[in-house]
Design a protein around this ligand. Structure first.
Ligand code: MLT
Length: 411
């Protein structure tokens, strides 16, 4: 008789965003006239930059001609894209990252989950609380945790609370952990990390032989010139950090799919016999075996992000969503709601009014304003009493959603 991976049974309900979708669909069915505005999942709404579309169309034409047709590409991604990334995203910022250390993929969600393939099962793993649920769920699936308690905290994980008191940046743990997930600008809180904060983590990781998984999917939203975009801006990070980046929230690629992961060749971890093994070699082996690369057409679109026109168009897209975030912050504040984030990030994190639970506020917002957000408790126990509003939507929808909310909640 075939058996299953029992670890999946430890996962409580569905994944957060499909669960929200299910509730919203049920509400929409019962209220067919409601004009629902979705500020829940951080999914982009604005069209792909013209530079990317032009590059894709050209690439499609190349695929239609035997002379320029492409079959399988390199599993790691085409060199011309990896070189642009290394040059523009890292070397231009003084980060010592080589093109060969960049692995093109179809998404950071996949990469942050798949990276566990190359690590042992006995690592002590730290996540912030609240946290992007993928980091937790993929560890549960891999059997790295025990069961969940009634607050949905999994036995065996080290939770680092991020709250208004610590500016939503986790304190360095007193205990030793082996793998640490950090996300800046933060999903869900919209908090950012200073160089000093990241340096403290790098120093900790180096002192303890830990590896930091640094999710920088939202780095393009950093407008403060003093804030680091990459963990490799911190000295020593090449010896302790893997960085994840994505074109989803920068160039609007959520439906197009392209991202990349940086695994420095200087990064090692221990084998069970005590020897040091290069993680780059393992990730390269993993990707070559389980992945056949991102389509040529999409990689050409990603390459266009680095053209002069592409850079200007991406900047305009990011500024557009940041302006949405500003409107959300201002309007919610006017309604007397405490807001965080949303300045160097596309997410606004708010304290629920009248001490409502996160899900009660979700229901109230849906029923009375027909606006969808994401309950903070869906990101972890410490997110209870908080709520996330995404700035990814049209200006019209954001303004209308804020009008409805201020009308309802203004004291
Ligand atoms: C979110 O809403 O947190 C993101 O859209 C999730 C993701 O990027 O996978």
């Amino acid at each position: 008789m075939a058996t299953i991976n029992d670890n999946y049974l430890k996962l409580k309900a569905g994944y957060l965003f499909p669960e929200i979708g299910r509730r919203v669909n049920a509400f929409a069915e019962a209220n067919p006239d409601a004009k629902i505005i979705r500020l829940g999942i951080g999914d982009v709404t604005e069209p792909l930059p013209e530079a990317c579309r032009t590059a894709m169309i050209k690439a499609v034409e190349e695929m239609g001609d035997r002379a320029t047709f492409k079959g399988y590409g390199p599993e790691q991604g085409y060199a011309w894209l990896r070189e642009k990334i290394a040059g523009d995203d890292f070397q231009a910022r003084g980060c010592n990252v080589d093109a060969s250390e960049i692995f093109i993929s179809d998404g950071s969600k996949c990469d942050t989950g798949n990276i566990l393939d190359i690590f042992g099962d006995d690592n002590t793993i730290a996540v912030t609380d609240p946290v992007y649920p993928v980091y937790v769920d993929t560890n549960v699936m891999a059997g790295h945790t025990g069961a969940a308690n009634d607050k949905s905290e999994f036995e065996g994980l080290v939770y680092l609370p991020i709250t208004a008191e610590n500016n939503f940046t986790a304190q360095i743990p007193a205990q030793k952990v082996d793998l640490i997930y950090l996300c800046f600008p933060n999903n869900p809180t919209g908090a950012v990390a200073t160089k000093e904060h990241l340096k403290a983590w790098v120093d900790y990781a180096k002192a303890n032989g830990s590896i930091i998984f640094f999710d920088a999917a939202y780095e393009a939203y950093i407008t403060d010139p003093n804030l680091p975009h990459s963990i490799y801006e911190i000295e020593g990070a090449r010896d302790c950090a893997i960085e994840f980046r994505s074109f989803s929230k920068t160039a609007g690629f959520t439906g197009t799919r392209c991202a990349f992961t940086v695994v420095p060749k200087t990064l090692t971890a221990k084998a069970s016999d005590g020897s040091d093994v290069e993680l780059w070699k393992l990730w390269n082996r993993r990707q070559s075996t389980k992945f056949n690369g991102v389509s040529y057409i999409v990689q050409r679109a990603a390459e266009a992000v680095y053209s002069e026109a592409g850079k200007a168009q991406v900047k305009a897209l990011v500024s557009f969503y940041l302006e949405n975030a500003k409107i959300i912050r201002e309007k919610l504040s006017e309604a007397g709601i405490s807001v965080y984030g949303g300045v160097n990030a596309p997410y606004v994190w708010l304290k629920t009014p009248n001490n409502l639970s996160s899900w009660d506020f979700f229901d109230k917002l849906l029923q009375t304003c027909n606006v969808v957000g994401t309950p903070g408790s869906g990101f972890g126990a410490a997110g209870e009493g908080y709520f996330r509003i995404s700035a990814f939507n049209s200006r019209e929808n954001v303004e209308e959603a804020m009008r409805r909310i201020t009308e309802k909640f203004k004291a």
